[in-house]
Design a protein around this ligand. Structure first.
Ligand SMILES: [Zn+2]
Length: 340
């Protein structure tokens, strides 16, 4: 029953909350509500991916930099108004774990085969991240074929989001926030707090975007890698806690008017060091794969001349406005609940 109730919690509303509000993670009894890689991380990854692109693409992407950055976080906001958005951001690989140690045998890589084996309902419950990325690539290819500038930008920015999610180990497990191992809050710690504290020390010379013959296989490879990092993610958090002591693990910070409890920078830095650049490595890989999949979609979409596409000001559509409003309301609600 405990297992069941956790699944219900994660499926109904919390899973995709795992992201920006790391500051609330340690104080709330319910799982945290944050955004993968944090909004900061997602924006940086999309921005940096622009610089991996070939000369035929980079000018267009640079001119639309602001849009690509801002909209990199829209999928996380959209889940407040679209119920089916949630499972697109994760896949709980360990749900399918069986007696084989070969990850590749856990879930068929193709959607049709996986659906046949487990049913669509099961896949929706435990996440559809790899297939969603494949569908996003196809949409982007079509947008290039049609030279539809608004859709090229929309799908580029959102593809960047999902590809980045696939690089986060905690997006591949049922224990996505350490709730099964008494490590509540680890999700926001790993992908938001550490990135914000360490970003200035990272370097992002990741090379040029490369064409992917079989994007779905590339995505699965990333997801397997992410999953294999999980033992370290959990064990080293415990080790960091032991070495720093529970009393030094958290600190109180002022953010505007609010006083918030957060992981202390001392603890965060020890944890980060113990992981030996894991966060930086995953972020660098995200940047390169985002650029590479933009490039792949452009090639498959007929390599249109992007410099001939004139960019008018792109107005926010209804869905975007509603998503942002719903997200802001949730933040207000969270803030109020923490004032009591
Ligand atoms: Zn996400």
């Amino acid at each position: 029953m405990l297992y069941q109730s956790l699944r219900e919690i994660s499926f109904t509303s919390t899973k995709i909350w795992i992201c920006s509000l790391v500051f609330f993670t340690s104080t709330s009894r319910t799982p945290p509500k944050t955004n993968s890689w944090g909004f900061f991380g997602h924006k940086k990854i999309n921005e940096l991916a622009i610089y991996t692109l070939p000369s035929e693409m980079i000018g267009f992407y640079k001119r639309n930099r602001d849009f690509l950055i801002e909209n990199s976080v829209l999928p996380d906001k959209r889940r407040y108004i679209i119920k089916t958005e949630g499972p697109k951001h994760f896949i709980d690989l360990d749900h399918y774990e069986n007696d084989t140690t070969d990850l590749k045998n856990w879930v068929p890589i193709y959607w049709s085969k996986a659906k046949e084996k487990y049913s669509q309902d099961t896949l929706m419950e435990y996440g559809i991240l790899p297939w969603n990325i494949q569908w996003m690539i196809r949409k982007l290819e079509k947008a290039f074929l049609n030279k539809d500038i608004k859709l090229i930008l929309k799908y580029s920015s959102e593809l960047g989001h999902y590809v980045s999610d696939a690089h986060v180990p905690l997006h591949t497990t049922e224990n996505y926030n350490g709730q099964l191992t008494n490590q509540n809050g680890i999700h926001g710690l790993w992908e938001s707090r550490l990135v914000e504290l360490q970003f200035e020390n990272y370097e992002f010379f990741v090379g040029k975007a490369i064409y992917h013959e079989d994007p779905l296989r590339s995505i699965w490879k990333v997801i397997y890698e992410s999953h294999q990092y999980l033992p370290q993610v959990f064990e080293l958090e415990m080790l960091a806690t032991d070495s720093i002591g529970n009393e030094n693990k958290f600190s109180i910070e002022r953010r505007g008017e609010a006083i918030q409890k957060n992981y202390s920078s001392q603890f965060s830095n020890v944890y980060h060091d113990l992981m030996d650049d894991m966060v930086q490595k995953r972020m660098r890989k995200s940047v390169l794969l985002v650029g590479s999949l933009w490039f792949t979609a452009w090639v498959n979409g007929g390599q249109p001349n992007l410099d001939s596409l004139i960019v008018d000001k792109i107005l926010m559509n209804r869905e975007t406005k509603d998503s942002i409003r719903a997200y802001q309301n949730e933040i207000l609600k969270l803030n109020r609940s923490h004032e009591h």
